[in-house]
Design a protein around this ligand. Structure first.
Ligand code: GDP
Ligand code: IMO
Ligand code: MG
Length: 428
């Protein structure tokens, strides 16, 4: 089973990092194909906790080749910070490959992200402020800077000049900020050239050759289905394709090479930033999920909005991504609840709607229709076999499986690397 895509089914932070880490040493390559350092993956290995943003989670496994593919936007300063932090903890990061075609996040993207959000006021997206949107906007506007440009000073200078031309007018005249000097940006980028050069590769060619040779390649999505720029709750989304299709365009591996699509889904729902979230809780149940699930952003530290499981969202993810397997995470967080509500459909202005509505206004009005499931009180963090879960926990998982559009192949029962119940092998 050589090419596997792993994506988030909800609004991010489902535990994709841990799921990637679980496949660990059975995989030869782990490829990040979208997003940038807006992602935040926490992986717990023994007594060590790692927080990764730009680097693919596969970097934690010895022997795996981590790849930052063409679909990613790379903040080079952050890249070297993360590499240095891992090196100082004794990890070997020398295998990392970075696509020559990946776009670069610079100082002006970060500045524009922050001032634009401030300008939007009440209408703000609640971005991570990492310059993601402006960097992707430049890519689509054909004024982006690519990794390969850093190795040609002439081209780099021309491109930075072109990019800053209009942006400086906007920064000065609209946002009342200082103009950014071309030299400053060019010198900053050039300062990384020597360290960057050995990592840069034609990653599309490398990955296709690896697949030809029978290697196993895992494509790890950042963000998630409902944050996808095409399929998510636009405009409250990120600026890349976080769904499985993005794995093809974002890496140079064709769609007919993918064998399996794994979606990571939490046993409840969270969201960071603005936008519709029908099952959001504003009462003590929301507090319970936030406290028990430790729902605070890895990237920005913001408290995550919390709510019940939303089956139409999971079904939507199954459809859009072609999900073959779900990994259901954080089941342990629900321990102690007397009953667990699950959203099975929505009431939109008095009409029952079974699927995620195509109209954003309808989605803003969608009120969840809940079905209640009995809870359990036993600690499940040590359970490793499905049959050893309390009967009500088993019933909850089977009920979600029935309404979510694909089988649930693994179940997270705690933050640790080992805290997982596997029902179906994810690689065979
Ligand atoms: P990602 O962005 O999808 O990689 O997810 P994050 O790392 O941002 O958030 C998931 C959080 O849940 C992390 O702190 C993980 O350590 C934690 N986690 C993952 N799986 C489980 C699980 O099954 N149970 C519990 N309690 N925590 C988990
Ligand atoms: P992982 O990979 C959760 C959200 C931001 C904001 C919107 C746009 O850890 O699941 P951006 O900075 O991307 O322009 O912000 O998307 N967002 C995430 N939410 N998990 C993430 O990544 C996210 N990456 C972006 O909060 O609402
Ligand atoms: Mg995260």
């Amino acid at each position: 089973m050589p090419a596997i895509v792993l994506i988030g089914a909800q609004w991010g932070d489902e535990g994709k990092g841990k799921a990637t880490d679980l496949l660990g040493s059975r995989v030869d390559y782990v490829v990040k194909f979208n997003g940038g350092n807006n992602a935040g993956h926490t992986v717990v290995v023994g007594d060590q906790k790692y927080a990764l943003h730009l680097l693919p989670s596969g970097i934690l496994t010895e022997g795996v080749v981590p790849v930052i593919a063409n679909g990613v936007v790379v903040d080079i300063e952050v890249l070297f910070h993360e590499l240095e932090a891992l090196t100082s903890r004794g990890l070997d990061v020398s295998r990392l490959l970075v696509s020559a075609n990946a776009h670069v996040i610079t100082q002006y993207h970060r500045t524009l992200d922050k001032v634009t959000e401030r300008f939007l006021g009440k209408r703000q997206i609640g971005t991570t402020g990492r310059g993601i949107g402006p960097a992707y906007a430049d890519k689509i506007n054909r004024v982006g800077i690519r990794i390969q440009d850093i190795f040609d000073e002439n081209i780099l200078r021309q491109k930075v000049e072109g990019a800053l031309d209009i942006k400086n007018h906007i920064l000065v005249k609209i946002y009342n900020r200082r103009a950014i000097a071309v030299d400053e940006v060019v010198e900053d980028l050039l300062s990384y050239a020597d360290r960057l050069r050995p990592m840069v590769a034609d990653t599309g060619l490398e990955l296709n050759r690896a697949l030809d040779a029978g290697k196993t390649v895992l494509f790890e999505g950042g963000q998630a289905t409902m944050l996808d720029v095409d399929h998510g709750t636009y405009p409250f989304v990120t600026s890349s394709n976080a769904t499985s299709g993005g794995a093809a365009t974002g890496s140079g591996v064709a769609p007919n090479r993918f064998d399996r699509v794994i979606a990571v889904v939490k046993a409840y729902t969270t969201r960071v930033g603005s936008g519709p979230f029908p099952t959001e809780l504003f009462d003590e149940s929301g507090e319970f999920l936030r406290a028990n699930g430790f729902e605070f952003g890895t990237t920005t530290g913001r408290p995550r909005r919390c709510g019940w499981y939303d089956a139409p969202v999971a079904r939507y993810a199954a459809r859009i991504n072609g999900v073959t397997d779900f990994v259901l995470t954080k089941l342990d967080v629900l321990t102690g609840l007397a009953t667990i509500p699950v959203c099975v459909a929505y009431d939109v202005d008095g009409v029952r709607v079974d699927e995620v509505p195509v109209s954003q206004s309808d989605y803003h009005h969608a009120v969840p229709i809940y079905e209640e499931f009995p809870g359990w009180t036993e600690d499940i963090t040590g359970v490793r076999a499905f049959e050893d879960l309390p009967a009500n926990a088993q019933a909850y998982v089977l009920a979600l499986e029935k309404m979510s559009g694909s089988r649930i192949s693994a179940i997270g029962v705690g933050p640790d690397r080992e805290a997982i119940v596997v029902r179906h092998d994810l690689l065979t």
